[in-house]
Design a protein. Structure first.
Length: 129
């Protein structure tokens, strides 16, 4: 298998994940609660969380994966923005890249992606392994 990329859109803070799901109107791929154990570790979550993610796909183009998560978020953009303000939630786009055999992907953020990230007041995190 070659280089793989997975992108996450994560909301964190102190909130009830089912309330956030109800406000936004989209079912998350994963949720967690403050102080729950983190799977396969001895650590615990330091906040509540709500997350959408893409599948892990073999690719050398980050923008392809970003567009998948963008397309999931866009129809619910205003609800996400309003919910983040109401519950004082932080938003983040995380990119997990598993580099295989020195095949590094392009790390390009298209203008529309940057605008969306800005509207969400989101942080960006890129991890390469």
């Amino acid at each position: 298998m070659g280089t793989t990329i997975k992108v996450y859109f994560t909301l964190t803070g102190r909130f009830e994940p089912t309330s956030v799901t109800g406000k936004i109107g989209i079912k998350p791929d994963k949720t967690w609660r403050f102080d729950e154990p983190i799977q396969n570790t001895t650590s615990r979550y330091k906040h509540d969380g709500w997350q959408l993610s893409t599948d892990e796909i073999e690719s050398l183009d980050l923008s392809e994966q970003l567009s998948i998560i963008e397309n999931r978020i866009r129809p619910f953009l205003q609800q996400i923005i309003d919910t983040c303000k109401e519950f004082k939630i932080d938003a983040e786009i995380s990119c997990s890249i598993d580099v295989d055999d020195d095949q590094y992907p392009t790390l390009h953020f298209e203008r529309d992606a940057i605008k969306l990230i800005s509207k969400l007041n989101a942080e960006i995190d890129i991890d390469m392994y």
